[in-house]
Write a protein that binds this ligand. Structure first.
Ligand code: SF4
Length: 389
C-alpha cells in the first residue's frame, strides 16, 4: 500500500506582486519587507518538516506571491536537500504561484532541482481576469504564458493548475474545461469556493449554495466523461479521488477526505513569521482573526510538540467520521472524510452539524452520482475506473 505524502507549506512571503484592493498586507503596513520569512525561521521550519516520520516529504512554497522571495526559496531548497540525507528523506518541491514573475533565472533553478509549479486558472480570459483582478487586467495572459514557458523548459508534467468556481463560473463549465484542454493541462479539479481569504473578503463564498456547485460539477463531469470516451485521457480530479477511495484500499493523500482528518497529520503550514498552523486553510482563517488552529511556533516547538498539541489532538479526535453523529451511521462514510477547519469556519463547530453542512451536502451528491454512473452507465464506469487506477 502506498503511503500518502505529507505536505509542508512554507509561506515565504505574504506580499503580492501587485496591489489589489483586497490585499491585507498593503492595508496593514507600508513596511512590506516584514512580511517575508527570514532564514532563521526557514531553517527551523526545515528541521521540523524533516522530523516528520514519512520518508517522502513534499515542500510547497506559498504566498502572497512566493516568487517575490525567490532568494529564500533557493536557500530553502538547497538547505533542505543538504539536510535530507542525514534524515533518510526524499524531497519534492512545488511553487504555488500566479507565474507573473516567472523568468529564466527561476526556470533554470527549477530545472536543476526538479521543482514543480502549481498555478491558478479559472477558465477563459474574461472569467479568470474577473476572478483574479490585477492592475493591467492581465492575470490570464501571465498565467497562460507562464504555463507555456514551464512546459517548454521543464516538461509538461511540471505544471498543474487549479480552478475555483465563483458565481460567474456556474453556467460556463464547458468553456472552463475547453480552456484547460487548450492549454494542454492533464486534467481539471472542479473546486467549489472555500470559506477563507479572498472568497470571504469579496463575499463570493455566500453567492451560491452547495446544490448550485453540484449542478456545475455534474454538468462538467458529463462533458469531461464524453471527452474521455472520444479517446482523450483527461480526468476530473475530485471524481478520480473519490472513485479511487471507493474501488481500492490505496490512500488518496487528500487532506479533506480522511478520517481522522488530514489536518496537521497530512499537512502543516509554516507562516512567514514562524507560526505553525494545522493547514493552509487554518492559516487563512488566522488572517481573518480566528487562530483556533494555531499549533505553535518553529522557534519554540518541535515536530512532536506541534503534532501532540492539545489544539491538534482535539481537532483530530473530533474528526473521526466513524464515531461522529450522522457520519457514523451514514452509508457514504467509508468514502468520505472530515474537514474540521471548514466546519469550524462555517459553523464554529469542528465536528460539524452535518444536516446543515454544505461539505456533507456536496459529498452526498458527488458520491451518489458516481455510484449511479458506476452502476448504470458501463461506458462512463470504464472511464472512471481508468481514472482510479
Ligand atoms: S456524507 Fe455527510 S454524514 Fe455522510 S460521512 Fe460524509 S460528512 Fe458524514
Amino acid at each position: 500500500m502506498r503511503a500518502a505524502t505529507p505536505l509542508h507549506m512554507f509561506v515565504v512571503t505574504l506580499r503580492c506582486e501587485h496591489s489589489c484592493p483586497y490585499c491585507q498586507v498593503s492595508r496593514q503596513s507600508k513596511d512590506r519587507a516584514r512580511y517575508d520569512m527570514d532564514r532563521a525561521t526557514a531553517s527551523k521550519a526545515i528541521d521540523i518538516a524533516l522530523s516528520a516520520p514519512a520518508p517522502l516529504i513534499k515542500i510547497e512554497f506559498q504566498g502572497g506571491e512566493p516568487l517575490l522571495n525567490f532568494d529564500l526559496i533557493r536557500w530553502i531548497v538547497t538547505t533542505a536537500k543538504q539536510r535530507a540525507p542525514q534524515r533518510f528523506k526524499t524531497l519534492q518541491f512545488v511553487i504555488a504561484s500566479n507565474l507573473a514573475l516567472l523568468d529564466d533565472e527561476v526556470l533554470d533553478f527549477c530545472a536543476e532541482h526538479d521543482i514543480h509549479f502549481s498555478t491558478s486558472l479559472d477558465g477563459p480570459r474574461d472569467l479568470h481576469n474577473k476572478n483574479r483582478p490585477r492592475r493591467g487586467d492581465n492575470s490570464y495572459e501571465l498565467a497562460i504564458a507562464g504555463i507555456a514557458r514551464i512546459k517548454d523548459r521543464l516538461g509538461s508534467d511540471k505544471v498543474g493548475a487549479l480552478m475555483t468556481a465563483t458565481e460567474a463560473s456556474l453556467d460556463r463549465v464547458e468553456e472552463i474545461v475547453d480552456e484547460y484542454l487548450q492549454q494542454g493541462l492533464d486534467g481539471i479539479f472542479l473546486r467549489p469556493l472555500s470559506p477563507y481569504g479572498f472568497a470571504m473578503r469579496t463575499r463570493q463564498f455566500h453567492k451560491y449554495r452547495g446544490q448550485d456547485w453540484l449542478q456545475f460539477w455534474k454538468r462538467g463531469l458529463r462533458y469531461i466523461l464524453d471527452i474521455n470516451k472520444s479517446g482523450r485521457h483527461f480526468p476530473e480530479f475530485y471524481s478520480s479521488l473519490i472513485v479511487r477511495r471507493m474501488l481500492s484500499d490505496e490512500p488518496i493523500g487528500y487532506v479533506d477526505l480522511r478520517s481522522p482528518a488530514g489536518t496537521g497529520l497530512g499537512a502543516l503550514a509554516y507562516n512567514y513569521d514562524g507560526t505553525v498552523f494545522a493547514s493552509d486553510e487554518a492559516r487563512m482563517l488566522a488572517e481573518m482573526g480566528d487562530r483556533r488552529f494555531e499549533l505553535g511556533n518553529v522557534h519554540e516547538n518541535t515536530y512532536r510538540d506541534l503534532i501532540l498539541s492539545d489544539t491538534l489532538v482535539s481537532a483530530v479526535a473530533d474528526s473521526l467520521t466513524q464515531t461522529a453523529p450522522q457520519c457514523s451511521t451514514c452509508v457514504f462514510e467509508p468514502h468520505c472524510g472530515a474537514d474540521p477547519v471548514y466546519h469550524h469556519a462555517t459553523q464554529q463547530d469542528t465536528l460539524g452539524i452535518k444536516p446543515l453542512s454544505e461539505f456533507c451536502e456536496r459529498q452526498k451528491g458527488v458520491i451518489t452520482h458516481l455510484f449511479e454512473l458506476l452502476e448504470h452507465s458501463p461506458q462512463d464506469a470504464a472511464v472512471l475506473r481508468r481514472w482510479a487506477s
